[in-house]
Design a protein around this ligand. Structure first.
Ligand SMILES: [Zn+2]
Length: 81
């Protein structure tokens, strides 16, 4: 369930029995606890660092450009008209 800031969290059950909560927005581990139900307080108050979110979006943009995915190119038919 998203917190009041709209963030969603993924829970991971670790090898040694602890639980991590990972934020979908900034990919930070917001808490590591021994009982999954104890993750809620950290999730409820988590706010993504805007600088970190910007850096993640820039990294994704660079990764897409490295793959030569230019969505702004005209389609084949438009080129030959
Ligand atoms: Zn976050």
């Amino acid at each position: 369930m998203p917190n009041e800031f709209g963030n969603q969290f993924h829970h991971m059950h670790n090898k040694y029995g602890t639980y991590d909560s990972i934020c979908d927005g900034c990919f930070v581990t917001v808490a590591t606890v021994s009982k999954e139900s104890d993750l809620a307080p950290a999730e409820d108050t988590h706010v993504c660092d805007p600088v970190l979110v910007y850096q993640i979006s820039e990294s994704a943009r660079h990764a897409l450009s490295a793959l030569n995915l230019d969505f702004g190119k005209p389609r084949y038919r438009e080129v030959w008209r």
